[in-house]
Design a protein around this ligand. Sequence first.
Ligand code: PLP
Length: 407
Amino acid sequence: MNLNIDQIRGLFPVLHQEVHGKPLIYFDNAATTQKPKAVIEALVNYYELDNSNIHRGAHALADRATRYYENTRESVRDFINAKESAEIIFTKGTTESINLVALTFGRKFIGKGDEIIISTLEHHSNIVPWQMLCEEKGAILKVIPINEAGEILFEEFEKLLSPKTKLVSIVHASNALGTINPVKKIIDAAHLVGAKVLLDGAQSTSHLEIDVQDLDCDFMAFSAHKLYGPTGLGVLFGKREVLEAMPPFLGGGEMIKEVTFEKTTYNDIPFKFEAGTPNIADVIAFKAALDFIKNLKKSEIKAHEDELLAYANELMKDIKGFIPVGTAQDKVSVLSFNINQMHPFDVGQMLDARGIAVRTGHHCTQPLMKRFGIEGTVRASFAVYNTKSEIEQLAEGVARIARLKNK
Ligand code: PLP
């Protein structure tokens, strides 16, 4: 089956507008993807028809809202092939999911002299929580180096592993460069020394088939808004036995079995980690995003995006002054680059004037930028609704901007 991109674009209202008098070309998908009509309608329907608090109500609306909320949990389970829906915890996003693990698993199981391994490719949200934990506990943060292409050096990773390693927390696909890490190998090696593994799936889940049972990761964190779903919502997957051994995250309603002034007993997973009224509307609408992806099939989405990335590379490679950043063999559809002697932000603004939305700067990966000796990049990231004609316009824009500089 070949995807009908025109038909897919018809499902995204936001794409059909002009910016600075030019048709919008949206290449900022690694920051957040646009939302199909079905997601927007699910949000409206919830507030118009079903709005109610969940889990505790004795009435029809509460019953309906609870059912829809739990249906999404089951869809997420299916999306990543978790064993059971109790292993799916709703959070505010990848950032909160990682912090949850740091503040519960980390505080309980990581102590003085223990080691946590991350990589040079990490987003700040997979660096800072571990630095904070290390500071609190006297643990040590180790960093896997990368090569010039932006690929981790696996042998160096193996050298870092030891019985002191308690956690390997690693990005599945880099937001700044697009590199796909060999996570299966990483997980297997980490397990050999008894370490747990957290995968930051913020950028991988929209492009790659995910099977957490096959990967055998202990945790996986990702965000709905990068998956054609609503903002302010994310997921933490954790293996049942690991989640059960962890203390709760926030205290409050829903996460308890019984409260007395003397003692509180905690609820079963996943509710133990979902204190308070959750983001009900967005959870319910997220199912429409997951259905959208499932209907198209990830493999078809990836094939289309790979074609766009290859086409962009082909059109841009000979532009004088074009400097690609991140040339890994295995990549998701992220094209990071600089134009010789130009500030990325200026390039971004000039592209914006042509209706082309890209992201510029350090992409919340300052240590990675430092590794390449640069301040930042221009990043064009592609999604299923992007077209070859849009890539041609990007290449034409970049060529013109580079020519201006070379004059
Ligand atoms: N990790 C990666 C690789 C990301 O790309 C992002 C967001 O850009 C995050 C984590 C943080 O995601 P969020 O801001 O949705 O919590």
